[in-house]
Design a protein around this ligand. Structure first.
Ligand SMILES: Nc1ncnc2c1ncn2[C@@H]1O[C@H](COP(=O)(O)OP(=O)(O)O)[C@@H](O)[C@H]1O
Ligand SMILES: [Mg+2]
Length: 250
């Protein structure tokens, strides 16, 4: 993927980040840079701090030390407009949390109308396009309960995209899906990445990470153990911990 589009300026710059919950240290000296158009995958064992890192990047979790800049602005600056941050960083979780009493189209339209106060007709036009993009043109009026897990997850992705974010964070979004629907969600993400959306993906799908990532980070125990191109990290890992993890999951 790396050569398919030109990488731009840094969108997310994480420097020397530490995060503790009480006396429990979850992230230690974590640094990473993601450029516009880049797809970064974060892999590593459960409990290594991957979700916490994503939550720090979109300001859901305050950091204990270090700096996180989003499009040049410090995420943890108390003066930062939190609404602007929410708009700039889309995040999709394993649990899609759609509103059950709203249709797919209404779910995608909610935040732009109620949070950003955008014009309803314009929002609707965009929402229809986004649902078409994720392959759900036929499901505009369908309620979440009548959609498969993969379809719900694609609505959740469209809902995030409706805020027109600068970067999309995906936290194990296919972990709860069965194999067939997993595939359609992965293809959706792959299309987004190919179009040049800046993406940070936490995933256990190693084949997918290897295929879509421009850069891969391996985390364990709250530190970045190593990072590099997919060919480097998957094909020729330098660290024993990386080798041990890949031996288990590949
Ligand atoms: N709000 C919290 N309070 C206390 N401990 C937490 C909290 N969130 C996460 N942790 C702990 O931090 C560690 C890293 O968690 P997490 O970021 O979810 O890892 P991963 O996503 O890599 O599985 C785990 O040991 C987890 O129990
Ligand atoms: Mg996690």
């Amino acid at each position: 993927m790396a050569s398919r589009h030109q990488l731009g300026e840094p969108v997310v710059v994480v420097e020397g980040v530490e995060k503790s919950f009480g006396s429990f240290s979850v992230l230690r000296d974590v640094s990473l840079t993601v450029r516009r158009g880049e797809t970064v995958c974060i892999i590593g064992p459960s409990g290594s701090g991957k979700s916490t890192l994503l939550r720090c990047i979109n300001g859901l979790v305050p950091i204990s030390k270090g700096s996180i800049k989003l499009a040049g602005r410090e995420v943890n600056d108390a003066k930062l407009d939190k609404l602007a941050l929410r708009r700039d960083v889309g995040i999709v979780f394993q649990q899609y949390n759609l509103f059950p009493h709203k249709t797919a189209l209404q779910n995608v339209m909610m935040a732009p109308i109620h949070v950003l106060k955008q014009d309803k007709a314009e929002v609707e036009e965009r929402a229809r396009k986004l649902l078409a993009k994720v392959g759900l043109s036929q499901k505009l009026a369908t309620y979440p309960g009548e959609l498969s897990g993969g379809q719900q997850q694609r609505v959740a992705i469209a809902r995030s995209l409706a805020m027109n974010p600068k970067v999309m964070l995906f936290d194990e979004v296919t972990a709860a899906l069965d194999p067939e629907t997993k595939k359609e969600v992965l293809v959706t993400i792959q299309d987004l990445a190919a179009e040049g959306m800046t993406c940070i993906l936490v995933t256990h799908e190693m084949g997918f990470a290897r295929e879509v990532a421009d850069h891969v980070y391996f985390t364990d125990g709250g530190v970045i153990v190593e990072h590099g191109s997919p060919a480097e990290v998957f094909g020729n890992p330098r660290e024993e911990r990386t080798k041990g993890f890949l031996d288990k999951v590949l």
